[in-house]
Design a protein around this ligand. Structure first.
Ligand SMILES: Cc1cc2nc3c(=O)[nH]c(=O)nc-3n(C[C@H](O)[C@H](O)[C@H](O)COP(=O)(O)OP(=O)(O)OC[C@H]3O[C@@H](n4cnc5c(N)ncnc54)[C@H](O)[C@@H]3O)c2cc1C
Ligand SMILES: *[C@@H]1O[C@H](CO)[C@@H](O)[C@H](O)[C@H]1NC(C)=O
Ligand SMILES: *[C@@H]1O[C@H](CO)[C@@H](O)[C@H](O)[C@H]1NC(C)=O
Ligand SMILES: *[C@@H]1O[C@H](CO)[C@@H](O)[C@H](O)[C@H]1NC(C)=O
Ligand SMILES: *[C@@H]1O[C@H](CO)[C@@H](O)[C@H](O)[C@H]1NC(C)=O
Ligand SMILES: *[C@@H]1O[C@H](CO)[C@@H](O)[C@H](O)[C@H]1NC(C)=O
Ligand SMILES: *[C@@H]1O[C@H](CO)[C@@H](O)[C@H](O)[C@H]1NC(C)=O
Ligand SMILES: *[C@@H]1O[C@H](CO)[C@@H](O)[C@H](O)[C@H]1NC(C)=O
Ligand SMILES: *[C@@H]1O[C@H](CO)[C@@H](O)[C@H](O)[C@H]1NC(C)=O
Ligand SMILES: *[C@@H]1O[C@H](CO)[C@@H](O)[C@H](O)[C@H]1NC(C)=O
Ligand SMILES: *[C@@H]1O[C@H](CO)[C@@H](O)[C@H](O)[C@H]1NC(C)=O
Ligand SMILES: *[C@@H]1O[C@H](CO)[C@@H](O)[C@H](O)[C@H]1NC(C)=O
Length: 610
């Protein structure tokens, strides 16, 4: 009896304890399930929810090409990873942007192929096999669709949505923030969507019959600048586009979606100012056209809201400009100095360049100020290469020769022992047949520009700063590593209504897009890379303090911005996010430091708890 009573009492006690402890636990488990389950996390290749072979086989049967299984760039040098690979080719073409873009798994900046675990171990596949590190997949997507048709893109989007996959859209892999990579992800690779059409006249979908643009050009998502330029030139037209060795940057992907700058921008505006229509597959799988008549909210957002965020662009139609003679301008210098550090004459030189930049871009000049020593052992000096695309030679001289004259007078007063000896090594202007001829002769050197491990940061330097504080700006920027000044704003860029597109309004106040960066050799430990990252964070503090809220170009910027929403999107952020919710309610398209990314963890794997 006593046993029965005791049993009953114990039973009640146990029941109560169980109730007490299990009810909240169950609630917590349910909560956990909903935050890490199908709605809270995306599936990556190491998760149980990753689709099985039969699901992938079914997808393969729905698309035009076999599924791709991307490998890191160097995998051919590791027979275990890629037995059929050609390591000689990897070693020879490592820095070639076009070769890299042809590899599904290759990123232009090698560090974005790597993944660092919490314990500091780096999963990577190094070119230098002598480091003795086995080749691993890192952040390279594991499988995906090699899209050639609209239906391929739609099948890929649907598959990623139905299986709740961490989806990556990759075009050329040039992204400086690693937005075209993702550990354990499923990739839709747009590189082979190479259609190009030149239209005698183009009327946007839904536009009035009399709204006609002559010689507009439609580019498939995978077209690269060298291909687009050749096509435009073949049609006797000029197209506003990016510049890089070999013209390997994508002409209808991330470049446009983030803004798209060009040496032609001070005359003709940015990429987003030249686009007439964008065709896109959105998260629902629907293929729609966005222009100034249809889906205007999406068209606004796509022009600056950043790549990989609203859907998969399948083609883009740009306006073109007349093919005409252009004026090239050069100002290259050398500096000799007897003291270490930044010679004061270099500060004066850059300050002068800053001060003159607003006038140059207002007159239509666009170009690049690069810092390099003119001979080994010499101090850094400036090499400025620019173009005035729609100007007579004499009008171009009116704005360019004052810069040369001012620098010449700085040079005349300089001395090696007193602040450094400045010399103009080449300064001139001259006509060139066309933009295409200019970039082929002077810019498109074809030299290796990619394949390193780099982190960069940037700011759009406003006219107000350059007018008033050019010396302070020069001092600050000359304290940073690896600087470049792109004269790609001002002029026509600043004459456009800042709210006409979703682009960061900071672009409309800026004149120079100034960037800096640091690199490191492969094999560097994660602790040492973190040191470099800490330096970059300090660098960012300095340039933010120099010109608070000046904003930055999201395509060439840092992952470490403390307020990326403000810095990359300014006061357009909330509207961009609202439009994203409309077209991508489940966050299928999320990229690092992109619109809506703050709701996800760093790996973009799971939603952050509110
Ligand atoms: C060597 C070099 C030179 C450069 N020169 C310039 C320059 O002159 N001017 C300039 O403005 N920028 C320049 N950039 C920066 C360039 O704009 C960015 O790297 C841009 O992200 C490249 O876009 P992509 O489509 O070629 O590359 P990717 O890395 O493949 O894609 C970049 C981003 O866009 C997304 N994306 C790509 N295609 C699509 C699509 N079809 N639909 C939806 N999302 C897509 C990706 O998901 C990713 O988030 C340069 C970069 C490098 C490395
Ligand atoms: C490997 O690549 C190199 C360099 O591109 C080339 O010369 C060689 O023919 C290739 N070898 C094979 C087996 O394809
Ligand atoms: C670090 O973590 C990764 C992933 O969990 C693991 O594979 C690796 O062995 C770990 N490295 C060390 C040194 O503990
Ligand atoms: C590319 O152009 C061809 C020929 O005009 C057309 O059949 C095809 O559908 C186009 N592809 C895409 C992806 O637009
Ligand atoms: C481009 O211009 C050249 C020279 O004027 C001319 O010969 C050629 O036919 C033109 N091409 C096109 C496609 O109009
Ligand atoms: C810019 O041009 C204007 C008008 O020609 C001129 O008054 C001004 O001095 C120029 N600015 C600089 C820094 O030379
Ligand atoms: C090009 O120059 C002509 C002549 O000066 C001018 O009328 C036209 O507006 C200019 N175009 C642009 C885009 O600046
Ligand atoms: C150069 O030196 C002369 C004489 O010292 C001075 O008058 C002139 O202002 C100086 N010029 C510059 C650009 O510093
Ligand atoms: C300045 O540069 C020119 C052109 O390269 C060169 O001929 C000249 O010797 C240089 N002068 C000095 C003082 O270095
Ligand atoms: C423009 O300036 C250059 C000097 O760089 C000069 O050689 C040329 O004659 C000038 N052209 C015109 C049309 O003024
Ligand atoms: C110029 O610098 C001073 C501090 O030296 C600062 O107070 C001022 O706001 C700056 N002006 C601009 C336009 O950057
Ligand atoms: C900028 O970053 C680099 C790279 O980490 C670092 O070495 C340097 O000290 C930093 N410079 C400043 C002025 O913060």
């Amino acid at each position: 009896m006593i046993c029965t009573t005791m049993f009953r009492t114990m039973f009640r006690l146990v029941a109560r304890i169980t109730m007490l402890s299990w009810v909240p636990l169950l609630t917590r488990l349910v909560a956990l399930a909903s935050s890490t389950g199908s709605h809270g996390c995306k599936c990556i290749s190491t998760d149980d929810c990753w689709p099985d072979a039969s699901a992938f086989a079914k997808l393969a049967s729905e698309v035009s090409q076999p599924l791709v299984q991307p490998f890191p760039t160097a995998s051919a040098c590791y027979p275990v990873s890629d037995p059929s690979g050609n390591c000689t080719e990897v070693q020879t073409l490592w820095g070639d942007g076009n070769w890299r873009s042809n590899q599904a798994g290759s990123m232009q900046e090698s560090n974005y192929e790597t993944f660092t675990f919490d314990n500091g171990t780096i999963s990577a596949c190094y070119r230098d096999t002598a480091l003795g590190v086995p080749c691993e997949q890192g952040s390279v997507p594991v499988i995906g669709v090699d899209a050639r048709t609209l239906e391929d893109v739609q099948a890929g989007v649907k598959f990623a949505r139905v299986h709740n996959l961490r989806l990556v859209v990759k075009n050329t892999g040039h992204d400086f923030l690693g937005r075209s990579a993702g550990r354990g992800s499923f990739v839709i690779w747009t590189h082979h969507m190479k259609n190009i059409t030149v239209h005698d006249t183009f009327t946007p979908f839904g536009g009035r019959k009399n709204e006609k643009y002559s010689q507009a050009i439609t580019l498939g998502a995978g077209v690269q600048w060298h291909e687009a330029y050749d096509a435009a030139n073949g049609a006797n037209r000029t197209l506003v586009g990016g510049l890089s060795a070999g013209g390997s940057v994508g002409a209808a992907g991330g470049w446009l979606l983030g803004g798209g700058h060009s040496a032609l921008s001070p005359t003709y505006g940015l990429g987003v100012d030249n686009v007439l229509e964008i065709s896109i597959v959105v998260a629902s799988g629907e293929h729609i056209k966005a222009n100034s008549h249809k889906n205007t909210d999406l068209f606004w957002a796509l022009r600056g809201g950043g790549g990989g965020t609203y859907g998969i662009v399948t083609s883009v139609t740009y306006r073109t400009h007349p093919l005409q003679q252009v004026i090239a301008g050069f100002l290259t210098t050398s500096i000799k100095s007897s003291t270490p550090g930044t010679p004061p004459i270099l500060v004066k030189l850059i300050s002068e360049f800053f001060r003159m930049s607003p006038n140059l871009s207002d007159a239509g000049w666009g170009g690049y100020g690069l810092m390099a020593p003119s001979a080994p052992g010499e101090s850094l000096a400036m090499q400025f290469v620019a173009i005035a695309p729609n100007s007579s030679w004499s009008a171009a001289n009116d704005s360019f020769l004052p810069l040369i004259a001012n620098v010449a007078s700085l040079a005349a007063n300089s001395s090696i022992d007193d602040g450094g000896l400045l010399n103009i090594t080449f300064a001139s202007t001259f006509p060139v047949e066309s933009f295409h001829a200019w970039l082929t002769q002077f810019i498109d050197s074809g030299t290796a520009e990619t394949g390193g491990n780099v982190m960069i940061g940037s700011r759009l330097l406003p006219k107000a700063l350059l007018d008033v504080n050019s010396t302070r700006a020069a001092e600050t920027w000359l304290g940073l590593p690896g600087i470049t000044f792109h004269l790609v704003a001002g002029g026509a860029v600043s004459k456009t209504d800042p709210d006409a597109t979703g682009l960061n309004p900071a672009w409309r106040k800026g004149v120079l897009h100034a960037a800096f960066g640091s690199g490191w050799p492969e094999g560097t430990s994660s602790a040492d890379i973190e040191q470099i990252a800490n330096g970059i964070k300090q660098n960012l503090t300095l340039i933010e303090n120099l010109s608070p809220n000046a904003g930055a170009y999201l395509n060439e910027a840092s992952l470490f911005e403390t307020d990326f929403q403000q810095t990359f999107f300014g006061n357009h952020y909330h509207k961009l996010k609202a439009i994203k919710k409309r077209y991508d309610p489940t966050d299928l398209f999320i990229v690092p430091k992109g619109v809506g990314s703050e709701d996800w963890d760093e790996q973009l794997h799971c939603r952050r708890r509110k």
